[in-house]
Design a protein around this ligand. Structure first.
Ligand code: SF4
Length: 467
């Protein structure tokens, strides 16, 4: 059937919006939500600033570098397009003189909203670029159904289970930007997960500010999924996600999990293979006094013992964590405590920031700010220890056969490709460098799993032969 010429003309004229998404996976899911709504209303997307009728910049305001990058991007969008709506964490920040920072720096932006503000962004879009009416576009099905548009490669996706955070870590301004914890209804989260698997997602990355706190705000209310009651609580959520993922052979990976006693119950689900034996636990430090000064969640817990109990229950468990070196008042002894902890806990993947004062953070008032050179030196010392631990653990994998999810495989992978094992989250961990397959008939395909024999290591990566 030929498309009527008038419909073609209408479609060509549908207004087009450019989108830049900066910052963390949580900001990315906000962008996905906005793009889903825009697409459902018939707006087109543009890959360039010049080709767009309007540009949305989703900003990050976490550390000074991120603020700078966001402000520069807004400046670029204004210079190349002129019609810019700003959303995201930076949009919620005040400037030195009070008032809104973005509006002070870039007074010609059309509108500014904070993070997680899809409706406000849509209102600003409608005001500045009226909604098109195009029944042909309105009816185009999305590959992920109710899960909407995803900005990640088709085979993995982030699933945001809550917004905001009830903690008040002294170095962090996220609660002032994103507010207190608001958990998504468990039925909605599970329905989104199912839609993603149906659409071809093979790895689901569960994210939030504090995954272990899921449901605290709604007192672990009972919701419904597939006609059955499910509590709005991490354990029930993770168990059900594992059940939904199983028929698709897909992975479920947990991020931002704090070491609360309640997490102990999730470890058996990892040992039995229902979800990946991988935990992203942002510990930030090991010394109880530093943790107290940081006002960290679970700061009173004995983390070393807890991690070792988890490893006993699930020997395959991989722990990723992030740390801060040179926090205000950190003594050499406290820092040494941290280095010993990383060695003893055998942290598989560690990231480290040198403490950097964030405008508006309570930690700036803590006495004992270390000189920048010392903070940087501690970060470098930390990374040396953490890398040695991580590389030693990687080397133990040589000779093993692992399941690898293929991320890239030019020419059907005949010359090899790149993938990840359960131990590697996308973007933040290492990779598995795949050599040409052993059998000439074997091919590799992006988004599919392959078994691979580990034959060596290369920095933070493994080298493997698909078998
Ligand atoms: S747990 Fe702490 S670091 Fe994480 S978002 Fe909440 S306040 Fe910030």
């Amino acid at each position: 059937m030929n498309t009527p010429p008038t419909a073609v003309a209408e479609r060509r004229e549908a207004p087009s919006i450019g989108m830049v998404s900066l910052g963390c996976p949580k900001a990315l899911t906000d962008s996905e939500l906005i793009l889903t709504r825009l697409s459902a209303e018939g707006y087109r997307t543009s890959k360039t600033f010049e080709g767009a009728d309007l540009v949305i910049v989703n900003t990050c305001g976490f550390i000074d570098d991120a603020v700078r990058e966001s402000l520069d991007t807004i400046g670029e969008a204004l210079a190349e397009n002129g019609r810019v709506i700003v959303t995201g964490c930076l949009g919620a920040k005040s400037g030195d003189a009070g008032g809104n920072l973005v509006q002070q720096m870039h007074p010609s932006v059309l509108a500014v909203t904070g993070p997680h503000a899809t409706q406000e962004v849509m209102d600003a879009v409608h005001l500045n670029l009226p909604k098109p009416h195009d029944p042909f576009v309105d009816l185009v099905p999305q590959p992920f159904g109710i899960a909407g548009i995803k900005l990640t490669p088709r085979h993995y996706a982030y699933l945001k289970i809550s917004e905001g955070c009830n903690h008040r870590c002294t170095f962090c301004i996220i609660p002032s930007m994103r507010g207190d914890l608001v958990s998504r209804p468990v039925g909605d989260v599970l329905a989104e997960a199912k839609a993603l698997f149906e659409g071809g997602v093979k790895e689901l990355l569960v994210i939030s500010q504090d995954t272990s706190a899921y449901g605290v705000d709604v007192k672990y209310r009972t919701g419904f999924w597939d006609g059955k009651p499910v509590k709005t609580r991490m354990l029930e959520l993770v168990r059900t996600l594992g059940e939904i993922a199983a028929p698709y052979g897909a992975w479920v990976r947990l991020h931002y999990v704090y070491p609360y006693p309640s997490v102990d119950e999730v470890i058996p689900l990892m040992a039995s293979g229902q979800v990946l034996p991988y935990l992203d636990v942002p510990l930030q430090h090991s010394h109880p006094d530093v943790l107290k000064r940081m006002k960290r969640p679970a700061s009173g817990e004995k983390n070393l013992e807890r991690l070792s109990r988890w490893r006993e229950a699930c020997p395959e468990l991989v722990i990723r964590s992030t740390f801060i070196a040179g926090f205000p008042g950190e003594t050499e002894a406290e820092f040494e405590h941290l280095l010993d902890f990383v060695r003893e806990a055998g942290i598989d993947r560690a990231g480290c920031f040198a403490y950097s004062p964030v405008a508006g953070a309570a930690a700036n008032e803590i006495p004992g700010m270390l000189p920048e050179a010392e903070r940087e030196a501690r970060r470098a010392r930390f990374m040396e220890v953490a890398e040695a631990v991580s590389i030693a653990k990687l080397r133990r994998r040589v000779g093993a056969t692992m399941q690898v999810l293929v991320d890239s495989a030019p020419g059907l992978g005949r010359k090899g490709g790149v993938g990840r094992s359960y131990a590697d989250a996308p973007e933040i961990d290492g990779l598995v460098r795949l050599l040409p397959p052993e059998k000439i008939s074997k091919t590799l395909k992006v988004g599919e799993f392959t078994r691979a024999r580990i034959v060596g290591t290369e920095g933070h990566d493994l080298v493997a032969v698909p078998v």
